[in-house]
Design a protein around this ligand. Structure first.
Ligand SMILES: [Zn+2]
Length: 213
C-alpha cells in the first residue's frame, strides 16, 4: 500500500469517521509491504501482508495470502471476464484533469487498475476487492474489505464499481467517498445510485457525476 493513501483511509466498522494510523514494518520505497493499520476509535488492527491491506482482519489475511502464491483452492483459476472497456476509455469516462489525489476501482473493475495508473500517473489509483490476478505495485495499491469501502467521505476523485460490486451497499459507499462534481462509473447500465446525475448510459455502463447537493 502506498503510504500516503493512509490520509484518506478510515476503519470500515460502523462508528464515526476517524483517521487511522499506519504502522509500517517493511517498506519498499513509498510502499508499505508489511505492517498494520490501527483504528483509534474501536481499537481494531488490520494487517498489511504482501503489500495488501486486509480490512477483514487477521483471518482474512491468513486465508488470502497463501492463496495468492498457491492459486485458489480447488485448482481452477478464478474466472474474471475482461471489462468491456479499456484503460484509455476509462480515462475519458473519469475526466480526471490535473494531478494529485486518489481514485478507486472496486471488484472486477480493478483489473483495469494497473493500466490506468500508468496512463494517469498524477493520480494514485487503488483497488478494493480486486480479482485475484491483480497484484499490488508501486503504482497501484490493493485493499481487501468485505463490508464497506474503508475510505473517508468525499475523499476520492473518481470511483469505478465492477459488475460484481454494482449493488448495495457498494453503490451508496461509492457515492459517499466521491468528491462532489466528480465521476462515478458503474459496470451496470441499470444502476441508478442516489445522489448521482446521469451523464451516459449504455454498453453495460453507467457514467455519472456526484451532485453538489
Ligand atoms: Zn474502528
Amino acid at each position: 500500500m502506498f503510504i500516503e493513501l493512509t490520509e484518506i483511509l478510515r476503519c470500515p466498522a460502523d462508528h464515526q469517521e476517524s483517521y487511522v494510523v499506519c504502522v509500517p514494518v517493511e517498506m519498499d520505497g513509498r510502499r508499505v509491504v508489511r505492517g498494520g493499520i490501527g483504528c483509534p476509535v474501536c481499537r481494531a488492527e488490520y494487517p498489511i501482508v504482501g503489500g495488501e491491506v486486509f480490512f477483514g482482519g487477521p483471518d482474512a489475511a491468513a486465508e488470502r495470502a497463501p492463496a495468492r502464491e498457491a492459486g485458489p483452492p480447488g485448482g481452477a483459476p478464478e474466472e474474471v471476464p475482461p471489462p468491456s472497456y479499456d484503460a484509455a476509455a476509462l480515462r475519458s469516462f473519469l475526466d480526471l484533469e490535473g494531478a494529485g489525489g486518489y481514485a478507486v476501482l472496486v471488484g472486477r473493475a480493478a483489473a483495469a487498475g494497473p493500466d490506468i495508473a500508468e496512463l494517469v500517473p498524477g493520480v494514485h489509483f487503488f483497488g478494493v476487492n480486486p480479482p485475484e490476478k491483480v497484484a499490488p505495485s508501486a503504482l497501484f495499491s490493493v485493499l481487501q474489505s468485505p463490508r464497506a469501502l474503508p475510505v473517508k467521505t468525499q475523499s476520492v476523485r473518481a470511483v469505478v464499481l465492477g459488475a460484481d460490486f454494482a449493488g448495495e451497499p457498494w453503490l451508496a459507499e461509492g457515492v459517499r467517498v466521491l468528491l462532489k462534481g466528480l465521476r462515478l462509473v458503474v459496470e451496470d447500465e441499470r444502476a441508478s445510485p442516489s445522489g448521482i446525475a446521469e451523464l451516459a448510459r449504455g454498453a453495460g455502463l453507467l457514467v455519472g457525476e456526484k451532485r453538489d447537493r
